[in-house]
Structure formats: structure tokens, C-alpha cells
Design a protein around this ligand. Structure first.
Ligand code: MN
Length: 191
């Protein structure tokens, strides 16, 4: 028996949510360890906590072959020169891939191969599809001046491993320069 309630959902691109879905909101105060520039982070927190991103998710579970999806919204902003970002994660099931579909704004995904540590960025905007391979840590940045919206679709059993990323963070950061966004090594950024 098909549960019609789970078949069609409405994306609300003005509010940045899936109507009726669970929404997780990430505040700046929860993301201290993510940003490279601690001094700039403290100054920003002194000015007041704020929403950095939210994800509303449809996670019906299901057997092997099941899919989950979520609508992410990242607000525009920077800490120092580093753009507002998501916490980032590997999938608990490392082989699980993910499809991101850009819906609004200008984003960059930072992809890091877990084994080699090799990093790359992929820019996306409305009507762009990003294939995130397995075994790859992924973090999303808002490199524009308006909210970034994207739909992420992933295996129901992918799981989110935030701890592996929290321990060593990403090797690279994405920062604003006079010439536009640039990926640089975290260890080089504040020199
Ligand atoms: Mn993911």
C-alpha cells in the first residue's frame, strides 16, 4: 500500500524548506570548530548569534534501495574571509554517493577524498547537478550574496558521520579574495 502522504512534497524556495518536513537549524554558536579564523568567529559571536544554515529532510527509511532527501539553505555571510558553510560530513556507509541539485544562489562544494586527502571544489547554482562520490567528505559554502538552496538526495542507509570530520576538519577552506572565491590550504589561510 502506497502512503500518498510520502509521495509528493512541496519545496518552498521562498522559505527554504520542504513544507511539513522536519527542519534542523544550525546556529553560528554550534559551528565554532568549523571555521578557521577563531578571532573573527569570536567577533562575529559578540555581534550576536545567527542562523548559518538549515536542512529540512524527508527520511522515510525503507529497505535496501531506499532514498532520503533534504533541502538545504545556507545563508550568505563570512567569518573572516571564509564563507558561511555547512558542518560537512562523510557518510557512515562510505561507499554511499549523493546527488546535489542546485536550486538558488551560488554555492561551492568542497570535496575531500578520505584516503588521499586530496581536495577540490565544484561550484553550483540553479539547475546544476553535482555528483558527490563515495568515500568523500563534503561541505557546502555559500559564495554569493543571497541564500543558497539545494536538494540533496542520498541512500537511506548512507548515514552522516560528523565525528570523522570534526576530529581533523577539512584540509582546505574556501575564502573570498579580490579575484573571487579561492580554495586554499587551511594551514596557509591565516599566514
Ligand atoms: Mn551527504
Amino acid at each position: 500500500m502506497i502512503d500518498i502522504g510520502n509521495v509528493v512534497q512541496k519545496l518552498n524556495l521562498n522559505e527554504g524548506c520542504i513544507e511539513g518536513a522536519n527542519v534542523k537549524v544550525r546556529m553560528l554558536s554550534e559551528l565554532k570548530e568549523c571555521f578557521a579564523d577563531t578571532d573573527a568567529y569570536n567577533v562575529a559571536m559578540d555581534a550576536g548569534d545567527r542562523v548559518v544554515y538549515s536542512v529540512s529532510s524527508i527520511e522515510p527509511g525503507g529497505e535496501d534501495g531506499g532514498l532520503h532527501y533534504g533541502l538545504g539553505m545556507i545563508m550568505p555571510g563570512k567569518i573572516g574571509d571564509e564563507y558561511f558553510l555547512t558542518r560537512g560530513h562523510l557518510h557512515s556507509k562510505r561507499s554511499a554517493v549523493e546527488i546535489y541539485i542546485g536550486l538558488k544562489g551560488k554555492g561551492t562544494m568542497l570535496l575531500e577524498d578520505e584516503d588521499s586527502g586530496e581536495s577540490r571544489t565544484v561550484e553550483f547554482k540553479e539547475n546544476t547537478v553535482v555528483y558527490v562520490p563515495g568515500y568523500t567528505a563534503h561541505r557546502t559554502y555559500n559564495i554569493g550574496n543571497e541564500p543558497v538552496l539545494y536538494l540533496g538526495i542520498y541512500a537511506a542507509d548512507a548515514g552522516h558521520d560528523y565525528e570523522a570530520v570534526r576530529e581533523k576538519n577539512f584540509n582546505c577552506v574556501v575564502t573570498e579574495t579580490g579575484a573571487g572565491p579561492e580554495m586554499k590550504k587551511r594551514s596557509d589561510y591565516l599566514k
